[in-house]
Design a protein around this ligand. Structure first.
Ligand SMILES: NC(=O)c1ccc[n+]([C@@H]2O[C@H](COP(=O)([O-])OP(=O)(O)OC[C@H]3O[C@@H](n4cnc5c(N)ncnc54)[C@H](O)[C@@H]3O)[C@@H](O)[C@H]2O)c1
Ligand SMILES: O=C(O)CC[C@@H](O)C(=O)O
Length: 466
């Protein structure tokens, strides 16, 4: 008989309640954080235009997004509703209906069937690296820009991968578990140094290349496989085929995104190609590694250990008794195997990474709302216009449209009674985006311009900032 779990969304406590909670750490993190070079400014660009009352803009933040984001949005005057967890779909459908911006991490799936309920949505912020949880194309076709934080947690993931490499080599999880059970076993059987061993990195992007540096510093040899030709760091060597990497590595570690090409990238044939007594690590996405093949590899003795931070199915909420066979059918087999490290998707879960991510994505969201800037969006044409000498009679027009010939001419015909101060347009596949600043606009011009642009058959969205 299945049990129905009643879910009551847990709101994030008010900001002052954060201090003194277990999540808060002041030392040594605080001094480190203050010394971090800041690529981003804490305050978003001050808009000289008057878009609307920010108090009318509703921002929904899910999955316990860092309190810096909540503080920053509230200080700017936005309405913010913030929840500890991902919402069950029925609640999400209700909540997403009238929000203008939503911030998520990896557990909230924004599929087309969810997004079609979002009537006011302008922008999605993924407070993480991965964006596979969002239907990016559908969002772009709605005129909704999606932003992520492309490298703020790369170091955290790379450090976890290195820690797992050493832990697997020394059988740390099992030794610790045995001693907790009263069992003293200081045998060196199958315990190794990592120095001189080879780590094979699949996906030499932000995380893979960080790990490369850390692993070399430990005296390891690094080889990597990537679909792109990427310049090696240090003495690392790119290998031409996945097969070569699998054959030569003592530790194989996955750092590719979830794409149709990476689904089950490592499965039984790839594990068969690995060295006997090697180890596999996955901190990328659960879909990239066929976990049943890992279970079989561990059982047969082909693999000496595995460290998995991500799984094909992951719980949406932090709860007890959820990591079981109902979630993934091989779970009980996996948890009973020796030398296996299982972590609940914590690669990027550090105070440092969450704080930087919180600021970076919030800044992108705010700049899209107040300026229309889509720089570094993952699904949108990248357009941004500098604002200079804006006076009370200036108007900024943000027009997202189908990417077909003749649209810019139509737009400029509509605007022809005004001086175009600045204009910038870009396209990305079927979508194009043009930002135009015009001057000498009266209140009735604003309405006329809006109505005319709104009627154009190629329009996806039109937004005016004045
Ligand atoms: N466990 C966590 O908490 C955590 C945290 C951050 C990121 N991630 C995951 O890690 C992934 C990688 O992050 P990143 O910042 O290094 O990404 P990245 O985009 O910087 O690097 C990914 C690399 O993979 C390569 N690649 C893509 N498809 C490939 C294929 N089929 N074969 C070989 N190489 C391929 C790309 O060319 C790129 O160099 C993210 O997409 C995300 O899913 C997990
Ligand atoms: O914070 C998360 O939920 C996901 C982190 C990680 O998987 C990422 O893609 O950045």
């Amino acid at each position: 008989m299945s049990t129905q779990i009643q879910y009551i969304p847990r709101m994030v406590p008010e900001i002052n309640d954060y201090f003194g909670t277990e999540d808060m750490s002041f030392s040594p993190t605080e001094s480190f954080m203050n010394a971090l070079p800041r690529r981003i400014s804490v305050q978003p660009l001050e808009s000289k235009t008057k878009p609307f009352s920010k108090g009318d803009i509703k921002i929904l933040l899910l999955e316990n997004i860092n309190h810096q984001a909540v503080i920053s949005f509230r200080e700017q005057g936005y309405q913010v509703e913030s929840y500890m967890d991902a919402l069950p779909e029925s609640v999400l459908l209700e909540k997403i209906r009238d929000v203008h911006a939503i911030g998520i991490r990896s557990k909230t799936v924004l599929s087309s069937s969810v997004l079609q309920h979002a009537k006011n949505l302008m922008v999605i912020g993924c407070y993480c690296i991965g964006t596979n949880q969002v239907d990016l194309e559908y969002a772009a076709n709605m005129g909704v820009a999606v932003f992520n934080s492309p490298f703020s947690n790369s170091r955290s993931v790379a450090e976890l991968a290195l820690a797992n490499i050493i832990s697997l080599a020394r059988q740390l999880p099992d030794k610790s578990l045995q001693l907790r059970g009263g069992n003293w076993n200081n045998s060196s059987r199958h315990c190794y140094e990592v120095r001189g061993k080879t780590v094979g990195i699949i996906g030499y992007g932000h995380i893979g290349s960080q790990l490369s540096i850390l692993a070399e510093a430990m005296g390891m040899s690094v080889i990597y496989y990537d679909i792109l030709n990427i310049m090696p760091i240090g003495k690392a060597k790119q290998v031409p085929t996945l097969d070569e990497l699998l054959r030569e590595s003592d530790f194989v570690t996955l750092h590719v995104p979830e794409t149709p090409d990476t689904k089950n990238l490592i499965s039984s044939p790839q594990i068969a190609a690995m060295k006997k007594g090697s180890y596999i690590l996955n901190t990328s996405r659960g879909s990239v590694l066929e976990t049943k093949a890992v279970v079989d590899g561990l059982k047969s003795g082909k693999l000496f250990g595995a460290a998995l931070d991500v799984f094909p199915n992951e719980p949406r909420f932090n709860r007890s008794n959820v990591f079981n066979d109902d979630l993934n059918k091989w779970t009980s087999e996996l948890i009973n195997l020796p030398n296996v490290i299982l972590t609940p998707h914590i690669g990027g879960a550090t105070m440092e990474a969450q704080s930087v991510t919180g600021l970076e994505v919030s800044e992108a969201i705010a700049n899209f709302i107040t300026q229309g800037s889509s720089l570094e969006s993952v699904n949108f044409p990248e357009v941004s216009l500098r604002q200079t000498n804006f006076d009370d009679n200036a108007l900024r027009i943000l027009f997202v449209h189908r990417n077909i010939p003749g649209v810019l001419r139509k737009v400029n015909d509509i605007l022809s009674r005004h001086n175009i101060e600045k204009q910038y347009s870009d396209s990305n596949g079927d979508i194009a985006y043009v930002i135009t600043d015009i001057s000498d606009v009266t209140q009735s011009d604003v309405h006329a311009i809006y109505n005319e642009l709104d009627k154009t058959s190629e329009r996806i969205t039109v937004r005016l900032i004045y």
